[in-house]
Structures are given as C-alpha cells and as structure tokens.
Design a protein around this ligand. Structure first.
Ligand code: GDP
Ligand code: IMO
Ligand code: MG
Length: 370
C-alpha cells in the first residue's frame, strides 16, 4: 500500500545503496526516480560487492521488481553493460525484475560530448560534473527535443536488448500500490545537489528531493509513508561548489576520513572532498524533504579521531572522540559513550528520529533504533 522514499541528505554518496539493499526484502518493488549513471551506489552483502549506477539496488533480492522511472535519464550502452555485468556475477536480470519507463529520456553520445564541452567553456566556474551527459540530456528533455525509451525501436541494437523491459511504469506502480504491495523509492545524488534546492549552479540537473520522487514516478503525495534521509556522520562532496564545513586537505583529519572512509567516487574514482557534519545544511535538507526518519552512516569512520567538530550555523560545536572500534556494532548499547553523546546531539539539533546507525559497509553492520 505505501511507498517509502530513501533520499540522500547531503551531497550524495551517503550510503543510500547500502540502506536500500538492507530494506529491500520488505518491498515488492524498488524504484529509481531521478538522475542516471552519474550515481554510483555500492552494495556489499553475502553475494559480493556491487557498484550500481542505473539499476536499483533492490536487484540483488529475489522477488523484488526493479523499476527505472520516468524521471531518470538512461544511457542504453551503460545500462546494457550493467545488466551484462550483473548476469556475469550470477544475478538474475530479466524483463520481469527490471522494468524501464517508456518516458525515461535517452542519453545519446552527443550529450556526453556536450557535457565535456560545457565544462571546458565554464573554465574556473566548472561544476565538476561526472561527464556522463546528464545535464545535456535533461536540457533536451526540457527543450522538448529529447528521445524517450518508448522510441527505442529506432535503434535496433538497443531495442533488441532493452525493448522487452520497457513499459508504462506509472501504471505498474499504481497496480502494485492498489494491491497493497509495498514500494521503495531509491533516491540518487543528494538534497544539496538538487537542481532547485541545492547549491545552484553546482548541482545536478534533476530534482533529487521528494518532489522528484513524485514527478519521477507518477505517484501522488498520499502514496508516501516514510521519507528517510540518509546522512553520513560527517560530510563529503565530489566536484566543485560550496562546502562550508570542508576540512583542508593538509589537515590529518581530512586524510583520516578519506582513507578510512574510502572516500573515492564510485562513478568517476575522484577523491571526495571531506568535512564535518553541517547542521544548517542538514536542516535545509530536512525542511525540503520532510524526513520523518534519518539514518546516520559510516559512524565507524570517526573511530580514533580525537576531537569531532560539527558546523552549526556560524560556530563549530566540539565533541571528544572515541578510541574504541565501533566497526560492525549492531546494538546501540555497545557504542562508546562519546559516540552515543554525538548521536544524541545530532538528534537534538536536527529534531528527527535517528532510525538507523550504520557501522560498516555490509548489510548486517547496522544498528536499528526503533
Ligand atoms: P550512495 O551513492 O549514497 O549509495 O553511496 P556510495 O555507495 O557512493 O558511497 C558510500 C560508501 O560507503 C560505499 O563504498 C559503501 O560501501 C560505504 N559504506 C556505507 N555504509 C558504511 C558504513 O557504515 N561504514 C563504512 N565504513 N562504509 C560504509
Ligand atoms: P550518488 O547517487 C555524488 C555531482 C557531481 C557534480 C554535480 C553535477 O552516488 O550519490 P552531473 O554529472 O550530475 O551533472 O554532476 O553532481 N554528482 C554526484 N556526487 N554522488 C552522486 O550520486 C552524484 N551525482 C552527481 O560530482 O558535482
Ligand atoms: Mg554514490
């Protein structure tokens, strides 16, 4: 009956893929609603390690229908490659468990060329895009000159490989919800990269926030039950643009976060910029999405940092860190006192229930608090 939504609360790479994989078994369908293969969602579970760019992170579960919604932009070559790679790892992908909206737009080679030309022309004001043709594909969509997946018959090779997956996913979703099935919507990017609500112009070209979850699927507000915000216990950003709580690269704490957190882009391999948790920007994200639950990810990455800072408006709040390892902890009572204090502070400042704390990349390295 209801749809729940997972949305990145910061600048992407918060760990959305892990949480979708963790929760997916409770849902009949998992749906991507925005973005394209600029996203990179890493999932580590009993089946291995997977880096998903376009295919929803529910694909690793039997009995979950994965849907790429109308709000997405699809590079067919990349999608075919991703399907083949999953199959080669023994994951079943068929037109039954991977369904693509006929209204999703196609990324063509010329969009990728244009992405790189635009970046060159921006010079010092470049955005640091992923170079996947995302912006130019959405430009064509908005200019009403794009091609949609429904017209894929014009491309024999793509039609042969993807044609049977394409349908009206809005109707499919409506049927599922009307038959009391549960649906999970998987956000890409993060609220602060949203085209309207993010740090424009250093943003992506779609609505990665809750509004995009509706327009990007054709669902309606009354379908939504939980809107779950995913935040790291600190912050990272890939590409250019403002990052008020950024830690200078020369500071050993930046090196700690980068190395312990393996903060390298899943899609481009770029080093992610690292910084402290930023309360104001998190509040903006909560306001924009109406999160009723949040997950705090990668708490274990803070292990061993002597002093933890949080940017709170114009001031930094400071907390003593902890030396104990939190890696893999499953019960909140086992957390060091200083880690508990840090989480209590976040909960008090953000005024949202922390439902999940993640202490490692694997499915079971998770504390559920509810
Ligand atoms: P997404 O784009 O939001 O799905 O996030 P990414 O997959 O791009 O980046 C998150 C990275 O952190 C991935 O490499 C995950 O395997 C990893 N990860 C997720 N949760 C945790 C955690 O709690 N602890 C640690 N150490 N790594 C985590
Ligand atoms: P996931 O889903 C982190 C960033 C790019 C760049 C800006 C615009 O893995 O969290 P684009 O190619 O979209 O035009 O680039 O957005 N960006 C991401 N950063 N995680 C992502 O996705 C991102 N998708 C886009 O680095 O700054
Ligand atoms: Mg990512």
């Amino acid at each position: 009956m209801p749809a729940d939504v997972i949305i990145g609360g910061q600048w992407g790479d918060e760990g959305k893929g892990k949480i979708v994989d963790l929760l997916a078994s409770k849902y009949s369908a998992v749906v991507r609603f925005s973005g394209g293969n600029n996203a990179g969602h890493t999932v580590i579970n009993d089946l291995g390690e997977f880096k998903l760019h376009l295919i929803p992170s529910g694909i690793l579960h039997d009995n979950v229908t994965c849907i790429i919604g109308n709000g997405c932009v699809i590079d067919p070559k990349v999608l075919i490659y991703e399907i083949d790679k999953l199959r080669a790892s023994g994951i079943k992908v068929s037109s039954k468990n991977l369904v693509i909206s006929d209204k999703a737009h196609i990324i063509l080679p010329r969009h990728i060329e244009k992405d790189s030309e635009q970046e060159k022309a921006r010079g010092n004001l470049k955005i640091g895009t992923t170079g996947r043709g995302i912006g130019p594909a959405y430009m064509d969509k908005v200019a009403r000159s794009g091609y949609r997946m429904g017209s894929i018959a014009e491309w024999p090779e793509w039609e042969e490989k993807l044609g049977s997956h394409i349908t009206s996913t809005q109707k499919l979703l409506r049927d599922l919800l009307d038959h009391d099935e549960n649906v999970l919507l998987e956000g890409a990017q993060g609220a602060l990269l949203d085209i309207d609500h993010g740090s424009y112009p250093f943003v992506t070209s779609s609505n990665s926030t809750i509004g995009g979850a509706l327009t990007g699927t054709g669902l309606v507000p009354s379908d939504i039950r939980d809107t779950i915000g995913i935040f790291k216990a600190y912050a990272t950003r890939v590409g250019e643009g403002p990052f008020p709580s950024e830690i200078q690269k020369s500071n050993p704490v930046a090196k700690h976060l980068l190395e312990k957190g393996h903060e390298f882009g899943t899609t481009t391999g770029r080093e992610r910029r690292c910084g402290w948790f930023d309360i104001e920007s998190a509040k903006h994200s909560i306001m924009t999405n109406g999160f009723n639950k949040i997950a705090i990810m990668k708490l274990d990455v803070l292990d061993g940092i002597e002093e933890i800072n949080v940017l709170n408006g114009a001031r930094y709040d400071t907390f003593p860190g902890w030396n104990e390892s939190t890696f893999g902890i499953k019960n909140s009572s086992d957390l060091p006192e200083n880690a508990k204090n840090y989480l209590s502070y976040l909960k008090k400042e953000l005024k949202v229930n922390i439902d999940i704390v993640s202490t490692g990349p694997e499915r079971d390295q998770t504390i559920s608090i509810s």
